[in-house]
Design a protein around this ligand. Structure first.
Ligand code: PLP
Length: 365
């Protein structure tokens, strides 16, 4: 299959890749985001030539000019996805087409040229194939893929840049948590919001993260694990965490999550869990939920469980919520039953140990 938008990748093998024994030692306990594979993808864009010069090359530093536009005006977007080791030793991707689509939508919002979906997908497949030895075989392990692109033009004028670099790096990740994740305590940010209507909340851009870090630091100071943001207009409705969407589970067995609408990142884990829940006959609502209702429902027992979700940690139970003058537990403070069920169902599909009725899994080799 050869599409006009797929470039041929020039391959330059690493002259001294990590030795087998050293790689095995790194893979035994990779943690998250600290260990990287031998190669990376680089594709260039210029306004006159479009996307060109696609390469798989040894991973390493890149040289940029101090006037490189991204360093000044933050035209930058990224994705986060995983390659999994299949039970028979092969490898697969989960809903990579959705990451490609979202990357293109993030690009449009940031006035950047979208990477064609099939070029994005080809770049992912090429890198995973070249660095396949880096996909952990340990239970719960995966190869985390980080596609990103930034304005690489040397120019201080304020306008969309005319040159970009698209890159993909890969980082083996261990099981975030063995078995079910422990519950986290959330801090409700009173001063800071993550995204306003008309802003960049639905784009996966580094700037959203930069703006959330001070609130996350406040959460840590308050001895909480993660910050949860409320809406920027009324400061009442729950939106999401700095990098994860949020779900609520009620005593009647229904589940609810805040609706997309420009201020919430359209998580692929979120969408997958909504689909799995509907498949199992669970009543699902995408509706706003106020902080006051969350507290009242948790205290009355109407709300039974809450969890956060995203690619990195999949599903994280929320055990407690704290804020200025506010402190309440969810259920018994531990992981809820439906939370665990949904997590297990999703992980089983991702890892190829359960059927894949929606065609979400792409076998690579
Ligand atoms: C990436 C991200 C998520 C989760 O998206 P997934 O596709 O499920 O990984 C949620 N919120 C924010 C702000 C994000 O950046």
């Amino acid at each position: 299959m050869h599409d006009a938008t797929i470039l041929d990748f020039e391959f330059e093998a690493h002259a001294s890749p990590v030795a087998d024994a050293d790689r095995a030692a790194l893979l035994a306990n990779p943690g998250f985001g600290k260990v990287f594979t031998d190669h990376m993808v680089v594709i260039r864009y210029t306004a006159d030539r479009g996307w060109h010069d696609a390469r798989i090359q040894p991973r390493g530093p890149i040289l940029i000019d101090p006037a490189c536009a991204v360093l000044h005006y933050a035209q930058e977007i990224f994705e986060g996805m995983k390659a999994y080791r299949t039970p028979d030793g092969g490898a697969s991707l989960f809903r990579a087409d959705a990451n490609a689509r979202r990357f293109a939508e993030s690009a449009e919002r940031m006035a950047m040229p979208p990477v064609p979906d099939d070029l994005f997908l080809a770049s992912i497949r090429e890198l995973v194939s070249v660095d396949r030895a880096w996909i952990p075989e340990s239970e719960g392990g995966s190869l985390y893929l980080r596609p990103f692109m930034f304005a690489s033009e040397t120019f201080l004028g304020v306008r969309p840049a005319q040159e970009y670099l698209y890159m993909v790096i890969a980082s083996p990740a261990g099981a975030y948590f063995k078995g079910g994740a422990p519950s986290v305590t959330l801090w409700v940010s009173e001063h800071y919001t993550r995204a306003a209507p008309g802003g960049t909340g639905a784009a996966k851009c580094g700037g959203n993260y930069a703006g959330s870090l001070v609130a996350q630091a406040e959460a840590i100071r308050e001895e909480c694990d993660q910050v949860v943001f409320l809406d920027a207009v009324e400061n009442r409705y729950v939106e999401e965490l700095g990098g994860m969407n949020v779900f609520f589970v009620f005593e009647d067995g229904s589940i609810q999550t805040p609706p997309l609408g420009g201020t919430i990142l359209p998580g692929i884990t979120r969408e997958s869990l909504l689909t799995l829940a509907r498949d199992s006959g669970v009543t699902v609502r995408e509706e706003r939920y106020s902080m006051a209702d969350w507290q009242a429902d948790a205290e009355s027992g109407r709300l039974r469980e809450a969890f956060a979700c995203g690619t990195a940690a999949v599903v994280t139970p929320i055990g407690r919520v704290r804020g200025r003058g506010m402190d309440f537990a969810i259920g018994n403070g531990g992981p809820g039953i439906l939370t665990e069920q949904l997590r297990e169902q999703l992980v089983a599909i991702q890892r190829g140990t359960a059927p894949d009725p929606h065609g979400w899994v792409e076998r690579l080799f």
